[in-house]
Design a protein around this ligand. Structure first.
Ligand code: MG
Length: 393
């Protein structure tokens, strides 16, 4: 029997308010997405894994992400999602149609499901056609109706809670059942999970006892709880970075991956993003992995004109490999002109997306050198940066 896992990561997690899609945020040294992919990829009974990403991510970062998400010995395919969850899962299923007997679908936002829960859901689906993990309601359950004023809710009745279950993932299906359920959903049936499509198509869907720890990370509170579940970091490290580039005519001014309108740009082998360079050095410094010159020598033609944000992303990967996540970044950009204030928030968001943290953890401050020295004469721009990382290293 060939079993395929689909990780549904097509949403952007707007409720979390992060600059990056929530599935790319890291907890305990590993992104939420990678943790969820690991659950299926390392499962002994699952033969291959499909990851469904938001279309823009699937396009821009497919190669990088596929490398980051790869697990030895398991075929991994990254596909672009659709407008609705069910469209995303359909795209994922289309990628493996014909070579799957059973399909296990799991939310990227639930990194803590156990391998045992995956097995039990598979077993139930093999036996009954469709199954989902669901948690028995432990609180008393009330059914509400609208009250006399708008926004007012009153209890209509108390529902026997023995019959109330809160749906989780994994959800597993025989391939023929999933195909029929998806086909039924094509007609306009809108569902927030695949089990609902199977129910609507008339298939019995088995309930498998879910796990309270199989938390869905939706809000910032969930993210904090998830970080605690992943285990509190046992170590913090700090790194510092400094860089200076000369200003030159006819060059764009790029700071933190953002092109800032300016009469002069920075001279250099790469795009001369002095801010990205200083932060890259700070990240490398925090995990004692050398410096930017060692990893990206300017004698190497690969880096000529390269986006320095690619170098920063690589430094973040090295930090993760060493077991550390970025906690926060603080940087001072010293320049006589242009005024950076109007561009700071865009720069912070750009850096945050590569650092894998919310923009609230990235600080960039502009400063002049009061006309003193080369920086003060407007001949150069300098940056000091400090990075804190935490992890298990
Ligand atoms: Mg530099």
């Amino acid at each position: 029997m060939r079993i395929v896992g689909i990780v549904a990561a097509g949403g952007r997690g707007a409720r979390l308010g992060a600059a990056v899609p929530k599935q790319l945020l890291a907890i305990g040294g590993e992104s939420i997405l990678r943790r969820s992919v690991r659950l299926l990829a390392e499962h002994a009974r699952i033969d291959e894994v499909v990851v469904v990403l938001p279309p823009d991510l699937a396009e821009d970062g497919a190669a990088n992400l596929a490398a980051e998400l790869a697990f030895p010995g398991k075929r991994l395919t990254v596909v672009a999602g659709g407008a609705r969850r069910q469209d995303s899962v359909r795209n994922g299923f289309d990628a493996v149609r014909g070579r799957a007997d059973v399909v296990v679908i799991h939310d990227a936002a639930r990194p803590f499901a156990s391998a045992d829960l995956v097995s039990r859901t598979i077993d139930a689906a093999v036996e009954s056609g469709a199954a989902l993990a669901a948690l028995a309601a432990s609180d008393t359950v009330k059914l509400a109706v609208g009250g006399t004023r708008e926004g007012l809710l009153v209890v209509e009745r108390t529902v026997p809670r023995e019959r109330v279950f809160l749906a989780q993932t994994p959800q597993a299906f025989r391939a023929d059942v999933l195909a029929a359920a998806i086909e039924a959903g094509r007609g306009g049936e809108v569902a927030t999970d695949e089990a609902a499509l199977a129910e609507a198509a008339g298939f019995p869907v088995r309930i498998v006892a879910g796990e309270p720890s199989n938390l869905k990370i939706t809000t910032m509170t969930d993210l904090k709880a998830a970080a605690a579940l992943a285990g509190a970091p046992s170590a913090v490290r700090v790194g510092t970075g400094y860089d200076l580039h000369q200003l030159a005519e006819g060059r764009p001014l790029i700071l933190g991956g953002v092109t800032v309108p300016s009469e002069n740009g920075l001279a250099g082998h790469s795009d001369a993003d002095v801010l990205a360079h200083a932060i890259t050095d700070a990240v490398l410094g925090a995990v004692a992995r050398g410096d930017i010159g060692r990893h990206f020598p300017d004698t190497d033609p690969r880096w000529k004109g390269a986006s320095s944000m690619v170098m920063l992303a690589h430094a973040v990967t090295l930090a993760r490999e060493a077991g550390f996540d970025i906690v926060n970044v603080d940087a001072v950009v010293i320049a006589e002109r242009p005024k950076l204030a109007p561009h700071i928030d865009r720069i912070r968001a750009s850096l945050a997306s590569v650092l894998g943290v919310e923009a609230a953890r990235v600080s960039v401050k502009g400063k002049t050198n009061e006309g003193v020295d080369a920086v003060g004469r407007g001949e150069a721009m300098a940056v000091h940066a400090v990075v804190l990382v935490s992890g298990r290293g």
